[in-house]
Design a protein around this ligand. Structure first.
Ligand code: BGC
Length: 254
């Protein structure tokens, strides 16, 4: 088997679709990422065309394994949920759609799972044994559960019911912004309760907090009174792309 050095990661989000070639050994981008805004009424075909455009933008990665993230449950390439993107994705075989778009096999996985793989291989959870929970705080709350570095795919701990509410509607970064909460209010009134419930159910050894807001981790993580060590993600907004590329390469070597 030839040694893979480059992977291509593409991250589909509610506001942008972003991709970059990734050095699989270091997790670094080999070129500046390319971002295209997600169309407001994104049909399957328009998103597939953007995925193709991003893949073609990086000819140096034309033979690299491709990983694409999706912000919902993805089982064997088929989208099962779409909480924050158009519902018409549900039931779509995204693996077939994107593989046809880029002209070679593509691995499709949940966006938070990709971030979890990235943090586990190249970031804050690198080398951490036992159970690690990575949560991404953004429009929704995404989760990735790793056991000794192995991903348990498609956990949806952002949708735990907490005090009668779907957790992400109260504790996501979008909820903070929507309700104009300060970091302190968000931490003590929302995140505190959320992470207590999560740690009581999972007893993880470490919780990693990702999503764009994790850059401000020093403003809210120290306010949390929970038993589990909790740290900011290291890869921040590159985690989805890096994790997608790593996951695609790992699948190839199976
Ligand atoms: C979705 C998850 C996704 C998360 C972050 C949630 O609403 O259900 O699958 O990982 O948002 O995008």
């Amino acid at each position: 088997m030839s040694q893979l050095t480059t992977g291509l990661g593409i991250d589909i989000g509610g506001s942008g679709i972003k991709g970059a070639p990734v050095d699989l050994a270091t997790g670094d981008f080999l070129k500046e990422r390319k971002k295209i805004l997600t169309p407001e009424h994104s049909t399957l075909d328009t998103v597939a065309a953007i995925v193709r455009e991003i893949a073609e933008y990086f000819p140096e990665a034309s033979k690299a394994p491709v990983g694409v993230t999706f912000p919902g449950v993805v089982q064997q390439g088929v989208v099962r949920t779409s909480a924050n993107l158009d519902k018409h994705w549900i039931g779509t075989d995204a693996r077939v759609l994107f593989s046809e778009a880029v002209g070679r096999p593509v691995r499709v996985l949940n966006d938070a799972d990709a971030a979890g793989v990235a943090e586990s291989r190249r970031g804050a959870a690198k080398g951490v044994p036992g159970v690690v929970l990575v949560t991404t705080l953004g429009t929704g709350i995404g989760s990735a559960l790793l056991v000794n570095g192995r991903l348990v795919p498609n956990t949806e701990f952002g949708h735990l019911e907490v005090d009668g509410h779907d957790a992400e509607t109260r504790a996501s970064a979008a909820a903070k912004n929507r309700e104009g909460l300060s970091y302190e209010e968000w931490a003590t009134e929302r995140l505190q309760r959320y992470y207590r419930v999560v740690e009581d159910l999972l007893w993880p050894n470490l919780i990693v907090v990702g999503g764009g807001v994790s850059r401000q981790g020093h403003r809210f993580l120290p306010l949390l009174d929970i038993r589990t060590p909790i740290v900011a993600a290291e890869l921040r907004n590159t985690a989805g792309i890096v994790g997608a590329a790593l996951a695609a390469a790992e699948q190839e070597s199976i």
